[in-house]
Design a binder for this molecule. Structure first.
Ligand code: NAD
Ligand code: UDP
Ligand code: UDP
Length: 338
């Protein structure tokens, strides 16, 4: 890997000339799979800002070119339409592997988590790149331990409707650890808890995007089940900071990256009402099968080893997402008129 760093373009990253010469580092070539998606595009923004060269590989399954359009024309940026289920040859120093059909509506019957991860590990092996897997809190299934620490092995139904995602990510973790232990790949694993923010898919069926879009469109907020199930919602900038610290740090993980603030779905609906429309109605709907009852990250490990913890509360982060959704749903006209 050191050799690769030498081979990397000798372009010093010098934050506005303020970094003393001795501390300057070479710019890296970084692959972000799924970089046209919600989390990926925010990650790309941070990597571009700090002066690295970024290659995004995405098949636009749920991602959009729009999310990256502000980098078009920058010679340090490249966007490739490609499905990671097919092999690809690239030369890079680091791989952030995010490509994944991330929402329940999209993830059924899709081999991306297994075959796509295997290909990216093969790539990491061939070029000696450091590989970061974005796994998920769903590996804990419907957890019998609360909050969930990384040492918990989870409670997942292997044949359930969600298992393509849960078990797919569990397999991706297994492959990552096998390539790390058996083949010496430098690996990093993040277990991401529910994350929200600007650029989230509007209609992908997740709870935060559903409630926000529903409240803006003056539709009832659809609460599934009794609404007493809990989740912990993390703002996307906190996650991106955690992913970068994990990649740059010395620890393989897995690390939980999530906000420990825990809300029931009814509480979330109330916060959305507070922020968007106090009169928004709530409508109860039957819940989906195998829906985890509670979820809250124990982030002690990330605090200790990565010096990371989330900074943005739900009440601070949600308005930032609402502004973006308002703009995307109604366009400039409505926004200009308030
Ligand atoms: P997203 O759907 O916005 O992004 C995923 C991206 O991957 C999209 O751009 C999509 O087009 C691309 N993609 C999907 N299949 C692909 C394929 N076969 N080849 C190439 N590209 C492909 O989702 P996101 O929320 O940004 O999630 C990013 C990662 O973080 C995923 O791996 C997801 O599992 C993980 N994660 C996200 C959350 C969350 O709350 N957002 C929680 C846990 C884990
Ligand atoms: N692979 C890839 N790009 C590369 C190297 C490998 O897409 O630069 C794919 C390769 O086609 C294979 C997978 O990654 O399907 C695993 O590769 P590895 O070399 O680990 O396994 P092998 O090919 O030896 O089975
Ligand atoms: N949910 C809800 N209304 C919706 C969408 C989801 O009450 O319109 C619930 C869902 O049943 C689950 C929680 O919100 O208990 C989080 O769902 P999401 O799909 O956002 O994330 P995940 O289940 O993957 O944590």
């Amino acid at each position: 890997r050191r050799v690769l760093y030498e081979a990397a373009e000798v372009q010093h990253v010098n934050a506005g000339g303020k970094v003393p010469l001795g501390l300057q580092r070479k710019s890296l070539r970084i692959l972000v799979t799924g970089g046209a998606g919600f989390v990926g595009s925010h990650l790309v923004d941070r990597l571009m800002d700090r002066g690295d060269s970024v290659i995004v590989v995405d098949n636009y399954f749920t991602g959009k070119k729009d999310n990256l359009i502000h980098h078009f024309g920058n010679p340090r940026f490249e966007l490739i339409r490609h499905d990671v289920v097919e092999p690809i040859l690239l030369e890079v120093d680091q791989i952030y592997h995010l490509a994944c059909p991330a929402s329940p509506v999209h993830y059924k019957f899709n081999p991306t988590n297994v075959v796509g991860t295997l290909n990216m590990l093969g790539l990491a092996k061939r070029v000696g790149a450091r590989f970061l897997l974005t796994s998920t809190s769903e590996v804990y299934g419907d957890p019998l331990q609360h909050p969930q620490a990384e040492t918990y092995w989870g409670n997942v139904n292997p044949i359930g409707v969600r298992s393509c995602y849960d078990e797919g990510k569990r397999t991706a973790e297994t492959l990552t650890m096998d390539y790390h232990r058996g083949l010496g790949i430098e690996a990093r694993i993040a277990r991401i808890f529910n994350t929200y923010g600007p650029r989230m898919c509007i209609d992908d069926g997740r709870v935060v995007s559903n409630f926000v879009a529903q409240a803006l469109r003056k539709e009832p907020l659809t609460v599934y089940g009794d609404g007493k199930q809990t989740r912990s919602f993390q703002f996307v900038s906190d996650l991106v900071e955690g992913l970068i610290r994990l990649m740059e740090g010395d620890h393989v993980g897995p690390f939980n990256l999530g906000n420990p603030g825990e809300f029931t779905m009814l509480e979330l609906a109330e916060v959305v009402q507070e922020i968007i429309d106090r009169n928004a109605r709530i409508e109860f709907r039957p819940n989906t099968e195998d829906d985890p009852h509670k979820r809250k990250p124990d982030i002690t490990k990330a605090k200790q080893l990565l010096g990371w913890e989330p900074r943005v509360t739900l009440r601070k982060g949600l308005p930032l997402m609402v502004a973006d959704f308002r703009h995307r749903i109604f366009g400039d006209q409505k926004e200009a008129g308030g």
